[in-house]
Design a protein around this ligand. Structure first.
Ligand code: NAD
Length: 691
């Protein structure tokens, strides 16, 4: 079979159609750039060609740069030069956009004279999502087309526009309902030459531009690329096109090498990789149009909203009629905020609410394809529910539990069909948080897991498959992290210092502030339950117990690790400092000082070490899955790429030394993971470890 070239030219009379054919998404990899550069040169030299159509074939255009190549040095021909070659042709070039024209693909379209789109087209300069700015003219051509204020908003958010929005903004010239390619071929010979590079940037409204820049910087959340994008877009007004291009390119190349961009690229690949699960090849998802949730508390209500938001019908089952009403009221409450802030219309909220039916009647579960249990975190309660579920659920229904810590296999054993049981561990608030841990029990059938993954996709969530072990991936690592934060406090840091160091690292909230928000009673109850089985050689910090026993349950009781005023503002509390001092005195600990850097390194090492244990035990499939869990479920800063990526960046030798110190501080349970020891000694990293 002859190798297909990624770019080919076909003649339709005087029109040359240049087709990019590089599965799956026509990324601008080296071969495509070579092909396009050669095509532009051939077309320039061919007097018989009167006009050009640039196509990505059916359902596609160009979805962007080849992100893998971004970890290598830039290689000629460069995208901006390829685009310039098409723009410079003395014949009109029409982009026929039948799919994603994103990043470099959008820039390629902006280098054409006319842009025709099908209703399936998606257009956007999405580079800032990867910690870079457009590097092939996007920041200079787009403002010439839509004005500076609009360009700032589009580039800084990396917004992806559907065809009608792109048309309304003038980014595409026409949306073609029928045969896009035929329309483009018909239109091309009559299309005027319209080189965006030669147009002036429209005079804008200074106040609007200022507001757009301010909004972009406010939403930037520390992503350096956003501030740079704003600067380079704004510079397009004063600078000559060539100078603007040079500035854009230099900025792009600098950001491309930044740690933040490397971290975001890592997460991009991690997300794709997470869907690849061994043993699932060929397993087809079962249907899941009819869903049910058991328990309409904090989590159940959020899960029901998330299901309804994805267009699925939901039956919510509660203990009695009163609890069902309360559950529905909770669901209604969750729809109030987006309606108030105009993110959702009342009509749409009503439509989604109508898809949720709350009842105490278990027979209502009989029609469900998928049931998610979100009742109390208590094995006896869950086993009782699954036993009863076994009686009413239809054959083949997927039975899921939202348990945070409990043994999924023991829950599954309450049924006669453990192969249909999986864990679906949502994070609070379930209608907002992207992470979904999918727990694979020892009997979970491949198609039951495939259903869970398909559901996650439908819900717009990031699934990560976890094995069945205490706390799965996330809560297990979080528990070690929190425990060591408490050791640091008992050894001399204040809770405020620990939280400040974590925030300085990039966490939205510190660990003690998070504990106060979730409520200290939950952890307290768990510690009491587990007291009998705790290893006496594990160091135990009793301060959190003392807080609860003093009635300090966190924010909900007005005090926890912090004091809260009536407006909810947190402050250090001398009473807590006294409790900590007493705990130190009791253990004869002479408090020492910790710098923010020491706190950050210690807690990062602890997270990575516990992650290594989860890898060895097969609870996590790969280090990048752990990164996804922490970034999407626990507020770990995206720009650091996740704890395993950050540990690799720190160097596993240094992580191991830090972990040895952590072991000395924490005792049993804090041993360096054998995998960490092995990789550190071999000079290797988590990234190159494959089970
Ligand atoms: P919750 O107490 O707010 O809600 C539990 C609900 O289940 C209550 O409304 C209760 O009436 C109902 N319920 C209890 N037994 C039932 C039964 N036999 N039949 C029908 N309904 C029953 O608890 P929650 O915080 O929503 O947690 C629910 C589950 O989700 C737990 O397993 C928990 O570990 C897990 N989880 C919680 C969080 C969180 O942050 N709250 C996060 C992830 C997972």
């Amino acid at each position: 079979m002859a190798a297909t070239l990624p770019v080919r030219i076909e003649r339709h009379g005087s029109v040359a159609v240049v087709t990019i054919d590089h599965a799956p998404v026509n990324a601008l990899s080296k071969g495509v750039r070579d092909g396009l550069a050669a095509a532009a040169a051939a077309l320039a030299a061919d007097p018989d060609v009167a006009a050009v159509v640039l196509s990505g074939g059916p359902g596609r255009f160009v979805a962007g740069a080849d992100i893998r190549e971004m970890n290598l040095p830039p290689d000629e021909p460069f995208v901006p030069d390829v685009i310039a070659a098409f723009e410079a042709l003395d014949k009109p070039v029409v982009a026929a956009i039948d799919g994603a024209a994103l990043g470099g693909g959008c820039e390629l379209a902006l280098g054409c004279d006319l842009r025709l789109a099908s209703p399936k087209a998606l257009v956007g300069l999405t580079e800032t999502r990867l910690g870079i700015i457009p590097g092939a003219g996007g920041t200079q051509r787009l403002p010439r087309l839509v004005g500076i204020a609009e360009a700032i908003a589009l580039v800084s958010e990396g917004r992806i526009l559907k065809a009608p929005e792109a048309l309304a903004l003038g980014i595409v010239d026409e949306v073609v309902e029928g045969d896009l390619l035929a329309a483009a071929i018909a239109r091309a010979p009559h299309a005027p030459k319209r080189r965006l590079s030669q147009l002036p940037v429209p005079a804008g409204d200074a106040a609007r531009e200022e507001a757009a820049a301010a909004a972009a910087l406010k939403g930037a959340k520390g992503v350096p690329a956003i501030a740079e994008a704003v600067r380079v877009v704004r510079a397009s007004r004063a600078a000559a096109f060539a100078d603007g291009m040079a500035d854009e390119r230099a900025t792009f190349l600098r950001l491309r090498e930044s740690d933040a961009a490397k971290a975001l690229r890592h997460l991009f690949f991690a997300e794709r990789e997470a869907g690849r699960v061994p043993g699932l090849d060929g397993a087809k998802a079962r249907p899941f149009a009819q869903t049910a949730v058991i328990g309409a508390g904090t989590m159940g209500a959020g899960i029901a909203v998330s299901l309804a938001d994805s267009g699925l019908a939901v039956t919510l089952v509660e203990r009695d009629a009163e609890a069902a009403d309360a559950g529905l009221a909770r669901v209604r409450g969750l729809y109030e905020r987006p309606v108030k802030s105009a993110r959702l219309s009342q009509a749409e909220a009503d439509r989604r609410l109508a898809a949720i039916n709350a009842t105490p009647d278990w027979q209502a579960l009989a029609g469900a394809d998928l049931v998610i249990e979100a009742a109390f975190e208590d094995m006896a309660v869950k086993q009782d529910i699954f036993r009863r579920l076994d009686q009413v659920a239809k054959p083949g229904a997927v039975l899921a539990s939202n348990t945070s810590y409990l043994d999924l296999d023991a829950i599954a054993a309450a049924t006669a069909r453990p192969e249909d049981v999986v864990g679906l561990h949502f994070f609070a608030p379930a209608n907002v948080m992207r992470l979904l841990e999918v727990v694979r029990g020892k009997a979970s059938a491949p198609d039951a897991l495939a259903t869970a993954l398909a559901l996650a996709k439908r819900m717009g969530k990031q699934p990560v498959v976890a094995g069945n072990g205490d706390g799965f991936i996330g809560n297990r690592i979080y528990a070690a992290y929190r425990r060591h934060a408490e050791y640091l406090v008992e050894d001399g840091a204040s809770p405020q210092e620990v939280d400040a160091a974590l925030q300085a690292y990039g966490f939205a909230m510190g660990v003690f502030a998070v504990s106060d928000l979730s409520g200290l009673d939950i952890g307290y109850a768990m510690r009491k339950r587990r007291a009998a089985t705790r290893d006496p050689a594990e160091r135990y910090v009793a301060v959190a117990d003392h807080l609860v026993e003093a009635g300090r349950l966190g924010r909900k009781s007005g005090a926890g690790w912090y004091a809260y005023d009536t407006a909810g503002a947190a402050s250090a509390d001398p009473a807590v400092a006294a409790m900590i001092a007493a705990a130190r005195a009791e253990k004869k600990i002479a408090p020492r000082a910790f710098t923010p850097d020491q706190i950050q390194r210690r807690l990062l090492a602890v997270m990575a070490n516990e992650g290594a244990k989860a890898l060895e035990e097969g609870i996590a499939l790969r280090a990048s899955d752990i990164d996804l869990v922490f970034v999407n479920g626990y507020g770990f800063p995206r720009l650091k790429g996740g704890p395993m990526f950050a540990a690799d960046a720190m160097g596993l030798g240094a992580v191991l030394r830090e972990m040895e110190a952590a072991h000395a501080a924490g005792g049993a349970g804090s041993e360096p993971a054998p995998l960490l020891v092995e990789l550190a000694r071999a000079g290797r990293s988590f990234a190159d470890w494959r089970g």
